[in-house]
Design a binder for this molecule. Structure first.
Ligand SMILES: Cc1cc2nc3c(=O)[nH]c(=O)nc-3n(C[C@H](O)[C@H](O)[C@H](O)COP(=O)(O)OP(=O)(O)OC[C@H]3O[C@@H](n4cnc5c(N)ncnc54)[C@H](O)[C@@H]3O)c2cc1C
Ligand code: FES
Length: 286
């Protein structure tokens, strides 16, 4: 008698709503209420990510929130997230310690146009925690450095104590191939650099506006002023990219929580070209 046919097993579908379990490998305090977590997956390897993408992180029993990847895309085995404790889930995340479990879904969303910017000058404008989603882009810009023209990092925080990744910023300052300007709203101690809003740094940076790509991330009001100043300096709206944040639930374009006009921030963003969201941003200001 012929052997019964082997059952055909469908390839297992990976449910994008199902978190994988990881564990905190390290935790570091970066600034008041801001912590950077390094997470390792409990099983399997991690998918690669693009600068600007985010993961949904779960603290079991508390909740799930979107958090940007802030590590080096060239080292996808090191999953780095920088979290500010603002509410229940982010506070619980920031309190996780070495060995604690954390749920992971992602990476989701669009990334910074690092590849497309090859050959142009790049101006990175970051406000506060906005440096975290931009750090992976900086790693990529600086790795094959010769692919870009001038690169400038313009970073503003409330005070010197709020500066993220301070040691790395100092190392970038010492390089000759990136121009770094940092400003604070309120200087303390012997702060030797600028005081004032981050937009005031745009006139200090050297770049050719006609061939510049600008990456902007920070509080929405800061981004509005930065974009206005960049445009005033001659950078076209089509060359300016920004990252938007909204409350999220599914992160895969199903629930509508993150909808802004016709766009879903989780699926069509969080990184958008300015001319494509300009009208929606203007409407929100009314
Ligand atoms: C794509 C994306 C990337 C993000 N990346 C990071 C990151 O790298 N690091 C980080 O610390 N946070 C990041 N956030 C914000 C983070 O998701 C929220 O701070 C978090 O969801 C707050 O949840 P909670 O339960 O701790 O506080 P909640 O109780 O939900 O909120 C506390 C306070 O924060 C405000 N808030 C909540 N979510 C947002 C939001 N998305 N945007 C603006 N204000 C908000 C609320 O209005 C409230 O005032 C990101 C958000 C998005 C959408
Ligand atoms: S979070 Fe559900 S549609 Fe974006």
């Amino acid at each position: 008698m012929a052997a019964p046919p082997e059952p055909v097993l469908a390839a297992p579908l990976v449910d994008p709503m199902l978190p994988r379990v990881g564990r905190v490998r390290a935790r570091r305090r970066d600034a008041p209420l801001v912590f950077t977590l390094e997470i390792e997956p409990a099983e399997g390897s991690l998918p690669p990510f693009a600068p600007g993408q985010f993961n949904m992180l779960t603290v079991f029993g508390v909740g799930e929130v979107p958090i940007s990847l802030s590590g080096d895309p060239a080292r996808p085995g090191r999953l780095i997230h920088t979290v500010r404790a603002v509410g229940p889930v982010s506070t619980a995340l920031s309190r996780l310690d070495r060995g604690d479990p954390v749920g992971l879904r992602g990476p989701f969303g669009t990334g910074w146009p690092v590849e497309q910017a090859a050959g142009s000058d790049v101006v990175v404008v970051a406000g506060g925690l906005g440096l975290a989603p931009l750090r992976p882009a900086l790693y990529q810009l600086l790795a094959p450095r010769r692919r870009y023209g001038r690169i400038a990092l313009l970073y503003g925080t409330r005070s010197p104590a709020d500066i993220l990744f301070a040691r790395e910023i100092d190392a970038w300052r010492r390089r000759k191939d990136i121009e770094v300007h940092v400003t604070v709203d309120h200087a303390t101690g012997d702060w030797p650099h600028q005081v004032g809003v981050v937009t005031s740094l745009i006139s200090r940076a050297r770049f050719d506006p006609a061939r510049t790509t600008a990456l902007v991330c920070g509080p929405e009001v800061m981004m509005r002023f930065a974009i206005g100043t960049l445009q005033g300096a001659g950078v076209a709206s089509t060359q300016i990219y920004l990252s938007l944040e909204r409350n999220m639930k599914c992160a895969i374009g199903l629930c509508g929580h993150c909808q802004m006009g016709a766009a879903f921030i989780c699926r069509d963003g969080p990184v958008f070209r300015h001319d494509r969201v300009r009208d929606m941003l203007a409407l929100r200001e009314i």
